[in-house]
Ligand binder design. Sequence first.
Ligand code: ZN
Ligand code: ZN
Length: 397
Amino acid sequence: MELKHNISALAEESWARIVEVRRHLHQHPELSFQEKETAEYVAQFLESEGFEIEKGIGGYGIVAVLKGEKVGKCLGLRADMDALPIQEMNEVPYRSKHAGVMHACGHDVHTSSLLGTALLLKALRSEIAGSVKFIFQPGEEVLPGGASLMIRDGVLENPKVDFMLGQHVFPELEVGQFGVCSGPYMASTDELYITVRGKGGHGAMPHLAIDPIHASAQLIVQAQALVSRLTNPIEPSVFTIGKIASEGGATNIIPEKVELHGTFRALNEQVRASFHEALERLVQGLELSMGIVIDLEIRKGYPALVNDELLSDEVLKFGKEYIGTDNFQVLPKRMTAEDFAYFAQTVPACFYRLGVANQTKGIQSGLHTNTFDIDEDALKHGMGMMAYIAINLLNMK
Ligand SMILES: [Zn+2]
Ligand SMILES: [Zn+2]
């Protein structure tokens, strides 16, 4: 009880400063893998607080380690730093100053909240058994994902990270609420680029042409059937073609070529692999049966994000202790993606959600929209929650 009160008092004390940090970051957003100023700002903040930092990990990634006064394991805490190519429409004093760039996914909140957590944990060093590694990551929004690059550059070594936490804003929850989903939580994501090449001709004489529009229609319908017929119905997956365009063509003209762009997502790596195989087979079958030529490019994105079950249970337990039993919910799975999945593939990890909406204040826009914003009380809860869970986890592991 005492620890909880200490942490919420410290969070209350640091709150105004962290709001300022968040507003600074919000006003100066940078696109994925261009987070130069953001990284510099984070580095200066940490250095001014006496942290030793490492820069340039996986691009603009930054790492700081805090050693506790007791021995124990190493817990990694991750925040991402990049913004999105969106023009902000909010009329707020901290509106983005960079035209066409906006923190519409709340990574400004993750970064400032983690800096706040660093302040709290530094003040509570005597309570920490082991060490905490603060990981500030570039490029979450764009492939190949900054997480994979930081891992490649050894972010999980020296000291070796035993387990990890990540926190993401969630406008589907009110401020003061949190949520977590144990096990598979978010989807793998693959981009599909398909070119169907036929032979153009007169719309009234299809027998003299090879119709790529008709073949594309077959492909779309049959690929949907792969999802419904080839995968176990209790394993979620989704296939969407979001763009279809022919080159040329008219009411009476069969075009030469059709381009299809789409996505395939799944919560299970086996489902993912078998869909890829089945789609290749479908393409070969259509080529054979329709005399068409199809180029299929599957650009593999992030893997499925699987939260460690034991760790998620512990996060839920400590989370409820900190914020109240009714305020830490169990969330359903979702088919959006996160490159935190790379961390979760490597060490036991838990990615949980921070409520940021406030319906009465009209703060409720979705992620990746030009009016996304948060109730800044969320920063207080976010930094306190992460500090509380971190200390408790390290003391029990
Ligand atoms: Zn995002
Ligand atoms: Zn995000």
